[in-house]
Design a protein around this ligand. Structure first.
Ligand code: SF4
Length: 453
């Protein structure tokens, strides 16, 4: 064994699943994208490798808990994990460097009390159908969430009321947890698609992130933009609902927000392309304006194609810019090819270990098929020349206002990904795959690790 005192590395995300009645732990290696599936009993031994014990200590601690296992078996398990890049050495677990994300809690407010800003004219109502509780690889919970959930009555796995099978650490060394999933569904979801915690204990019994979902909070230096993640059917279904509620509608400033919400802070500079950046204050003023598009995928593609030379400008000016036509089309086709390859791999990976009824598997296969169909020039041209739907116009506006496209990628690349997502959603609609709202399905699939945190 290479590590003297091994522990799970921070880039490894262990998730407990029940698949076709079999309990397993799937390790997601966030660095390589690889998956490793282990029998749950086998994985239980990994908990003893916490960075303080050598091999003897691990075997001893396991035996003390009644899990007596031969040293050679533990050694071989650790070797397997090591070969997969899942182990590191010693204590001092470090949180992943998510410097732009801060967890806001009532006790540790480190943001000034900025005003909240919403996208005017759009409301939100949760249908309570539980669809979003079935489509994420991670349902994140905190220790505080668990305390409230216990009071309401935590659902455990059948035949075993031990809480240790209800969650696993969010990632190696984390103090946050991830809920066990049964056939891809949150363990707390009832057979009729309702949150069992909510049913038994009221809305406050749910994890804070579930209560806030699909709220997205981004601090841009002057205000906090409050928008909705577009991965949820309810966002589209209720966007013009005059009886709906605004997200967190009783709240007007940051310090009035309930605890446990994640707020993303924009970096000081925004990378438009690999070689051009702008101060984020300039971008923030641009993205706050109300832009209209005539064809959302084309608006994204032309804006992206022109960012390097022309910088930020109105969507309609980009759409009308004939000089960008060839480069925008080429970039779109290339982006579609990459997207299709990635989605096909994601679907194949899901098919290898997820059950037939798992919604994530269903979504990934439907989206991969739609992306593949778009590789045909005829289908591409047909979807490309379709009229823009009001949902597409709304999704583009919400993505820009909510700063959803600011992240790891340069802004131009994120815009091009959104252009491709619009086309794939058009094809998905045409295919009549039973995935709910096509844009929500495509955008939910677009996340590398789908996370309801
Ligand atoms: S805990 Fe969250 S994800 Fe699970 S059923 Fe309740 S609301 Fe859905």
């Amino acid at each position: 064994m290479r590590h003297e005192r091994p522990r799970l590395a921070v880039h490894v995300l262990p998730r407990r699943h029940v698949i076709d009645d079999e309990e397993v732990v799937v390790l997601h290696n966030a660095q390589t994208g690889e998956l490793l599936k282990l029998p749950a009993d086998f994985f239980a031994l990994v908990a003893y490798a916490d960075g303080t014990r050598d091999l003897d200590g691990i075997a001893l601690a396991a035996a003390r808990d009644g899990r007596f296992t031969r040293m050679s078996v533990i050694g071989s398990l650790l070797d397997t994990l090591d070969g997969y890049g899942a182990l590191t050495d010693g204590i001092e677990p470090v949180s992943p460097a998510v410097t732009e994300h801060r967890l806001l809690t009532a006790e540790s407010l480190d943001f000034p009390d900025l005003p909240l800003e919403r996208l005017e004219g759009h409301l939100f109502r949760c249908s309570g159908s539980g669809a979003c509780c079935t489509q994420y690889s991670t349902i994140g919970v905190t220790a505080g969430d668990l305390i409230r959930a216990r009071r309401a009555g935590l659902q455990t796995l059948p035949g075993d009321n031990r809480e240790e099978r209800v969650t696993l650490p969010l990632y190696g060394g984390a103090d946050r947890l991830a809920m066990t999933l049964v056939e891809g569904r949150c363990l707390q979801l009832t057979g009729d698609g309702k949150c069992g915690l909510h049913q038994r204990g009221g809305p406050l019994a749910k994890p804070a992130a579930c209560t806030a979902f699909p709220t997205v909070l981004v601090e841009d230096g002057e205000r906090v933009r409050l928008s909705a993640a577009l991965e949820c059917d309810c966002v589209f279904n209720s966007r013009d609902d005059i009886e709906g509620e605004s997200l967190l509608s009783t709240t007007s400033s940051l310090h009035q927000l309930p605890p446990g919400l994640t707020i993303r802070r924009l970096p000081k500079e925004l990378r438009l392309t690999n070689s051009r950046s702008v101060p984020t204050s300039l971008y923030a003023h641009w993205s706050r304006d109300t832009y209209t598009s005539t064809n959302a995928p084309w608006a994204c593609a032309t804006l992206a194609a022109g960012l390097g030379e022309r910088g930020l400008r109105d969507l309609d000016a980009s759409e009308r810019d004939e000089s960008l036509r060839a480069s925008a089309l080429t970039a779109m086709r290339e982006g579609l090819h990459v997207y299709s390859t990635t989605m096909t791999q994601a679907a194949q990976s899901s098919n290898a270990w997820r059950s037939q009824t798992d919604r994530t598997r269903l979504l990934r296969n439907a989206v991969a098929d739609a992306a593949l169909a778009l590789q045909s020039t005829e289908t591409f041209n047909s979807r490309f020349s379709q009229q823009q739907s009001s949902d597409e116009a709304f999704a583009l506006r919400m993505s820009l206002f909510g700063d959803h496209l600011v992240g790891e990628l340069p802004f131009a690349d994120a815009l091009m990904e959104l252009a491709v997502a619009f086309l794939v959603a058009r094809e998905l609609l045409e295919s009549r795959a039973p995935v709910g709202h096509p844009l929500a399905a495509v955008l939910a699939c677009g996340r590398g690790t789908q996370t309801k945190l």
